[in-house]
Design a protein around this ligand. Structure first.
Ligand code: ATP
Ligand code: MG
Length: 447
């Protein structure tokens, strides 16, 4: 493709992140070509190209599995709102490099000769593993505030340092991050949390001053004391950093859940001889929901993150639960995430993994069909018994499920027998027992 553009008399290079990643020996996430050809000319020369941001001079070309973006050299500016350039002009290769954010992202590579074009000392910063803005950091961050968060994200993903002047500029402008869209902030945060260096990422977000402005609820964990006996590691923030550190290849929702699992602690801190956090899981779930909504996380992700926060303490009760209840817990779609959060939570505090090991062994002893066996009865079976659908259905089916998971009923026949018993018990109720308002899980077989 570069050859085709070149043969037609245009300049064309690999540009930006893909050159950086190739030089680092990493697999580029996407490939970008920068060219002197205008989009109309690119479209004419490459028949399968499709315009994407024609106004910005970008077209997309499919090469095998990949989409390659071909962008016409451009300059941008002035930036009036801290987010978008007011104007975009076609420009020279050099001007196109100078509008880019960091020196390591400002390299051009000629794939036909292997020659690198480096107008910004990008190779030196790559070799010394440093993130540095192209030009004056104050000005570049004021133009586009998201670049501050990109600097942190790149430092975390690449395991680079942020050059001191660049870092100082972030610290002095951190409060301006609030003018960028929450969606873009969320995407950068998710990438930080998805990196193996996510714990370092949280420390860097804090040290840069960005955390206080994008996740003040998390920054509030700093200095919140915890009882030494359970938390020798220190305050709630330090604990959270270590939980992130302990996670093993988490999903996005687990990484967010871990970041927020104790977000209720600053709000529930009380003193009673020692620090206590009554209801911090419930309060934390509410705070997590607000954060997810602010960051425009999807409905599904939000529900998963909120339940992880709400239930993160419940695993320590598993050994004392009734078998049926426990198996219902094992069958939860988020059980694996909860278990890994629980493990990381233990590793990051007093390190006691006894309960974790117990749960793991118990899970391994059970076959999938023990944890989530096919149901013995459905609503249809109850209708066939002559019952009228209503709230009682849910109650009866839950009682049957519970009995099945506890191994008290094994067949449809036994399940129907249990239903009849429960109905008989309901016909002559003792005061206050088996009333429809009682939680279904507690309906027991009549001896
Ligand atoms: P990755 O693809 O791994 O996220 P990347 O550096 O390729 O990293 P992209 O968002 O794909 O990031 O951007 C491609 C290139 O465009 C960057 O390498 C950089 O040169 C330039 N760029 C991206 N965002 C900005 C920005 N906010 N300001 C200036 N230049 C930018
Ligand atoms: Mg890229």
């Amino acid at each position: 493709m570069v050859r085709r553009l070149r043969e037609a008399g245009y300049e064309a290079y690999w540009a930006g992140g893909c050159v950086r990643d190739l030089l680092l020996g990493r697999t580029p996430k996407d490939y970008d070509v920068a060219t002197s050809a205008r989009p109309e000319e690119v479209l004419r020369l490459l028949p399968d190209a499709i315009p994407v941001g024609a106004a910005f001079g970008v077209v997309r070309v499919r090469v095998g599995e990949h989409w390659i973006e071909v962008a016409t050299f451009r300059t941008e500016g002035p930036y009036l709102d801290g987010r978008h350039p007011a104007e975009v002009h076609y420009a020279s290769a050099r001007e196109d490099v100078l509008r880019r954010d960091f020196t390591i992202n400002g390299l051009l590579l000629d794939p036909l000769t292997g020659k690198l074009i480096d107008w910004v000392n990008g190779q030196r910063d790559l070799a010394e593993r440093r993130i540095r803005t192209i030009g004056d950091p104050q000005q570049r961050f004021q133009e586009d505030r998201l670049r501050m968060l990109r600097a942190v994200r790149l430092a975390v993903e690449l395991d680079f340092a942020i050059e001191p002047e660049t870092f100082a500029a972030i610290r002095s402008l951190a409060d301006r991050i609030r003018t960028t869209s929450w969606e873009r902030i969320r995407d950068e945060l998710t990438r930080i949390l998805s990196s193996p260096r996510r714990a370092h990422g949280l420390r860097l977000l804090d040290a840069s001053g960005l955390l206080a402005h994008i996740l003040p609820e998390v920054a509030a964990m700093k200095g919140v004391p915890q009882p030494l006996k359970y938390h020798p590691e220190g305050d709630v923030f330090e604990h959270t950093v270590r939980v992130l550190e302990a996670l093993r290849t988490p999903t996005v929702t687990l990484a967010w859940g871990a970041l927020l699992h104790d977000v209720g602690k600053p709000l529930t801190l009380t003193w009673d001889g020692r620090a206590r956090f009554p209801g911090h899981d419930r309060v934390g779930a509410e705070v997590a929901r607000e954060i997810c909504s602010r960051l425009r996380l999807s409905h599904q992700e939000t529900e998963r993150i909120v339940t992880l926060v709400r239930d993160h303490m419940r695993l320590s009760d598993l050994p004392r639960m009734r078998e049926g209840k426990r198996r219902l817990f094992f069958a939860r779609p988020d059980f694996e995430e909860l278990l890994e959060l629980y493990r990381a939570d233990c590793v990051a505090s007093n390190g006691d993994l006894t309960t974790y090991e117990w749960i793991l062994t118990r899970c391994q002893e059970l076959r999938p069909e023990d944890i989530n066996p096919p149901r013995l009865l459905t609503g249809r079976d109850l209708i066939a018994l002559g019952l009228t659908p209503g709230p009682i259905f849910r109650e009866l089916l839950a009682a049957v499920r519970d009995a099945q998971l506890e191994g008290r009923v094994h067949s449809q026949r036994e399940a129907l027998e249990l239903v009849r018993e429960l109905l008989r018990a309901q016909e002559k109720p003792h005061p206050g027992s088996n009333s429809p308002s009682e939680p279904p899980g507690e309906v027991r077989t009549v001896p």
